[in-house]
Design a protein around this ligand. Structure first.
Ligand code: GDP
Length: 281
């Protein structure tokens, strides 16, 4: 079984049918769909590039469509709404994003789900030692009312950025999508008509189900961009290539660990290199 496709291709400079099948097997094992896998190897034998370079180039070209850097709106204050299904890593990623942005922003975080005390405790424990404010003065149980209060607190403590962690919602649950839209409207109302940026957190091990989540969340909420988590350990990073085929939603960051600093801006070239070297496994 090939672990590092780049070094394999260095050793097999002439690509015959067997070698091509080996490459396709590597790609499929890494969660690239069969169709995309065949597309990626199509021109590697008759190219002026070396096969490894052509394959890398094909991957980078495919990812071009989702390569749009994360940029916060230039306003006095703004909000980011973190959404996604249960267990994908939303709360962990909210903390990572806050740490990533804290050098240039004053941040307040709110866990907009009164029933998820554990997630709130997790944020407090991780972030308060780093000087990031976590909203805790809950007077309400309704997520939109919590966000309203948190926005006011953020303004009064001079935070320019409110990051809103939400409950894990299945995209099939219409009520929960309606609740997220209500949070969006609340932010719009309280912030001079500016909508929050919506970031969908996706579990990088979720395969085709993850693609469905992007489609459904986009339909309900207009997602601005994605953060793909868990691209370490047993992850199958080829999933990212399938997302770029199925949807044009930008990928802002990828996460490759549980630590607070394991968040990296998405870079197609680095991704292609690491992916082909099997470094996500
Ligand atoms: P939520 O339910 O979406 O808020 O998910 P959590 O943030 O509570 O994360 C669920 C689990 O996934 C926790 O055990 C996290 O430590 C773990 N997790 C989150 N992000 C990553 C990642 O990038 N890599 C790995 N290996 N684990 C992660």
């Amino acid at each position: 079984m090939i672990k590092n496709l780049l070094s394999y291709l260095e050793r097999h400079r002439s690509i015959d049918v067997d070698t091509t099948e080996e490459i396709i097997r590597f790609l499929i094992r890494s969660d690239v769909g069969p169709k995309t896998s065949r597309l990626l190897v199509k021109n590697i034998t008759n190219s002026s590039y070396k096969p490894a370079d052509q394959l890398k180039k094909n991957i980078i070209d495919l990812l071009h469509v989702v390569n749009s850097p994360f940029i916060l709106p230039e306003r006095e204050s703004c909000a980011i709404l973190m959404v996604g299904a249960n267990g994908v890593g939303k709360t962990t990623t909210t903390a990572k994003l806050a740490v990533y942005l804290k050098k240039t922003n004053q941040i307040t975080i709110v866990g907009a789900d009164a029933f998820r005390a554990a997630a709130r405790e997790q944020l407090i424990k991780l972030l308060e030692p780093l000087g990031i404010n976590v909203f805790t003065s809950f007077k309400h149980k309704d997520p939109s009312a919590i966000v309203y209060e948190a926005y006011k607190e953020a303004n009064s403590n001079n935070s320019n950025l409110l990051i809103i962690d939400t409950a894990g919602r299945l995209h099939t649950n219409i009520n929960l999508m309606a609740e997220l839209n209500k949070i969006k409207s609340t932010v719009k109302k309280i912030s001079n008509d500016h909508l929050p940026m919506v970031i969908l957190v996706l579990d990088g091990t979720s395969g085709r189900n993850g693609i469905k989540q992007v489609v459904e969340f986009n339909k309900a909420l207009d997602v601005d961009g994605l953060i793909v988590t868990k691209l370490d350990g047993s992850a199958k990073a080829g999933f990212i290539l399938e997302i770029s085929q199925a949807t044009k939603t930008p990928i802002f960051f990828i996460c490759d660990g549980e630590g607070l600093n394991d968040l990296r801006p998405f870079n197609p070239e680095n991704f292609a290199e690491n992916f082909l070297q099997g470094q996500f496994e």
